[in-house]
Ligand binder design. Structure first.
Ligand code: 5RP
Length: 230
């Protein structure tokens, strides 16, 4: 009789996909690195091949610190013209590879580094896969003086927007701005939605990644890592 094995925890699934992403890292090149608990697993795994890469371009102060602590050189985004691959997590990913990101408040730099990359590899546990984006509160980085009017625009859409707080004060991003978390959206047309919100005055970055969707998702499931190409 075989002993039933316990299902993998969410943390173990994150470790699995973080390790699986190593196969997309191109030896001799600089890799784009995202932000978050799943990416932290990737960064830890990347340390095992640090002698085979030139280094990384990072999407946040937190990832930069982790990379440097492991001895991985970090380049400024302005030092590179292109990256072969950008590896990052997501708060939600749909069946076309469109994502909601920014749960870690790093969405602006994530979009900037992703825009340098030929390929976006999303690493996520199965809880992130959705039919329609919007259940996870949508992060929007905003210039503080515009937060009120941007919140009212979302309210006119039937949603509610809350300023993200840290220790009772507005959270300040790596770029010195604030984050609105927007509840109650159903984003059925992610490309159009991203384009529209992006042009509202005071919006720095909307956390819908549709114009820069994933090319591949490494999804951690109960039966192992599933590779989904879009
Ligand atoms: C940070 C992000 C992250 O990729 C997203 O929040 C997922 O994080 P985690 O891997 O911790 O679930 O967009 O801004």
């Amino acid at each position: 009789m075989t002993t039933p094995t316990a299902p993998l925890s969410q943390d173990e699934l994150k470790t699995l996909v973080g390790q699986a992403a190593l196969q997309y890292v191109v030896p001799g090149e600089i890799v784009g690195v995202g932000t978050g608990s799943t990416v932290n697993k990737f960064i830890d795994a990347l340390a095992s091949m640090k002698d085979q890469i030139k280094g990384a371009v990072s999407s946040s102060v937190a990832s930069t610190e982790r990379l440097k602590a492991l001895g991985i050189p970090v380049f400024d985004a302005n030092e590179v013209n292109a990256l072969a691959v950008y590896i990052d997590g997501a708060d939600e990913i749909d069946g076309q590879g469109h994502m909601v990101k920014g749960g870690g408040a790093a969405l602006t730099r994530e979009k900037i580094v992703a825009a340098l990359a030929k390929q976006f590899v999303c690493i996520a546990d199965a809880s992130k896969l959705v039919d329609v984006l919007g259940h996870f509160p949508l992060p929007v980085e905003v210039i503080p003086m515009a937060a009120g009017q941007i919140a009212r625009r979302f309210e006119a859409m039937g949603a509610t927007a809350a300023l993200r707080l840290k220790d009772g004060q507005p959270l300040v991003t790596d770029n010195g701005q604030h984050i609105l978390d927007v509840h109650g959206l159903t984003i059925t047309a992610p490309l159009a939605f991203e384009s529209e919100v992006n042009q509202w005055p005071g919006v720095v970055t909307v956390g819908v990644f549709a114009h820069q969707k994933a090319h591949v998702c490494l999804l951690g499931t109960a039966t192992g890592v599933k590779t989904i190409a879009y």
